[in-house]
Design a binder for this molecule. Structure first.
Ligand code: SAH
Ligand code: SF4
Ligand code: F3S
Length: 443
């Protein structure tokens, strides 16, 4: 009999891409993906372990699901992803309503596991692989707008930034066969998708060698860009230490490669960057920003930053604010440092910045960035952008929203064009997060 599986995803884009791989693995067997948790026979929670609050959120969710399990006592809950990998069987011991855990490299085992779970029995698969890329699996896009999609191009990370759990939860870095990536992009395009985002923790270290050919990230980007001029290509994330001029040249050459680079800075202080094991200096980072501006004058730049890493002084924090003033990011993901078990920082450093100091520093970064984002957006007023329409605005059924190449969201009144189509929009007004414009019929 067909069994319903409900998949809930937390964490980064890579987890969302993984859930689609899980969907594909399960629907090849006797399982159906349901969008209604109330219809589920199995609930899979794809988890994130990046900060303590990410894990707390999942524990809270598990608690909530107990009510549903009382009504449907046969429902089995499984934990997937980074928290499963980090905590392994400990998670089964600590959370009574979890029946099985599956790490990021063991998803092929899921159909078998679901079949063999019955009363009382608990299963776990958390072996990490040096080769698994799920290259042959065509993801099932079960929660999609039909226009934009993620493609995983590599897995794992071995940069070992001192604060980060990812190398422990995702294992060794490995790249996926470029042919399968291009084929996936082509299939998506044929299905009507108009934008793909190539994903990896550090896409700049993508490398495929099969004896015949050696393909690096710039070549891969150029291959995917050639699928169709109507298919936009984005990518995330770039590690600053590896961002090459060659990639910037490829981006400049193809109009359909979006002009937006996510370049996590983490801190503006050289002392912090060294302690974090980021392997670049603020000078190197600013040189990379200058290179982006040189090759791609209209490129937007976004970042990640951590406030209150071990031993961070007011002076270090000031260097971060200074970095933000110099670069003038279009968007930033800003976090308070959270000490993660078993990382280098946890073993060798002290989480010595009081929470209220972390909070204050974070708020200062957020306030500065809010001001910069608003000023950047104000400079967009009057400009005309090509926009890929993604859907109806959340605020009003009479408005559509889409993004420009720079990944900025633009809202405008409904006209003749539909989601999935390109149009031109003139920017009229803005907030720090959104541009508001009018559709232009003939550019
Ligand atoms: N691979 C990407 C980042 C992946 S994690 C890169 O190297 O840039 C996403 C972001 O979470 C990181 O960029 C960092 O800013 C933040 N982060 C990671 N570990 C953290 C921790 N222990 N505490 C707070 N933020 C953290
Ligand atoms: Fe974590 Fe650093 Fe790897 Fe990014 S590059 S995932 S921050 S270890
Ligand atoms: Fe979280 Fe794992 Fe992504 S820890 S950020 S889900 S790689």
């Amino acid at each position: 009999m067909e069994k319903n599986v409900y998949i809930e995803t937390y964490g980064c884009q890579m987890n969302f891409a993984d859930s689609e791989i899980v969907g594909a693995i399960l629907t090849k067997e006797q399982f159906t993906i349901t969008k209604e948790v109330s219809e589920a026979d199995y609930i899979l929670i794809n988890t994130c372990a990046i900060r303590d609050n990410a894990e707390q959120r999942i524990r809270k969710r598990l608690h909530e699901l107990k009510a549903l399990q009382r009504q449907r006592p046969w429902v089995r809950i499984g934990i997937l992803g980074c928290m499963a990998e980090r905590l392994k069987t400990k998670l089964i011991e600590e959370e009574e309503n979890v029946s099985f855990i599956v790490g990021p490299d063991s998803y092929r085992k899921l159909p078998d596991m679901l079949e063999h779970i019955h009363d009382g029995e608990k299963l776990s698969e958390t072996l990490l692989s040096e080769v698994e890329t799920y290259a042959d699996i065509e993801p099932v896009r079960f929660d999609t707008n039909g226009i934009t999609a993620y493609i995983s191009i590599m897995r794992g990370c071995q940069n070992f930034c001192a604060y980060c759990v990812v190398p422990y939860t995702r294992g060794r870095e490995r790249s996926r066969d470029p042919e399968t990536i291009v084929n996936e992009a082509r299939t998506l395009f044929e299905q009507g998708f108009r934008e793909v985002t190539l994903l990896g923790q550090n896409v700049n270290s993508y490398r495929w060698d099969d004896g015949k050919a050696s393909v690096g990230f710039p070549e891969l980007m150029s291959m995917v860009a050639q699928v169709s001029p109507l298919l936009r290509v984005r990518f995330a994330t770039s590690h600053p230490k590896d961002l090459s001029d060659e990639l910037l040249k490829v981006m400049a050459k193809h109009d359909n490669i979006c002009k937006c680079i996510h370049l996590p800075v983490q801190s503006g202080s050289d002392r912090m960057l060294k302690l974090m094991n980021r392997r670049y200096t603020s000078e190197w980072y600013l040189d990379r920003i200058a290179a982006i501006r040189r090759y791609l004058p209209d490129c937007s730049i976004t970042t990640d930053v951590i406030a209150g890493f071990c031993s961070e002084t007011e002076e270090d924090h000031e260097s971060t604010l200074e970095m933000f003033r110099k670069v003038r990011y279009d968007y930033a993901y800003m976090f308070k440092f959270s000490m993660r078990p078993n990382t280098y920082a946890e073993k060798h450093m002290t989480d010595d910045i009081p929470d209220e100091v972390k909070t204050r520093r974070l708020e200062e970064i957020i306030a500065l960035q809010g001001q910069i984002a608003l000023e950047n957006n104000q400079k967009e007023i009057g400009k005309i952008y090509e926009v890929l329409i993604e859907g109806t605005s959340h605020r009003s059924a009479d408005q559509l929203f889409g993004r420009n190449s720079q990944n900025k969201v633009i809202v405008f009144d409904k006209g003749s064009r539909k989601p999935g189509e390109y149009t031109y929009v003139r920017v009229l007004r803005c907030t720090s997060a959104t541009l508001i414009g009018e559709e232009i019929d003939n550019k």
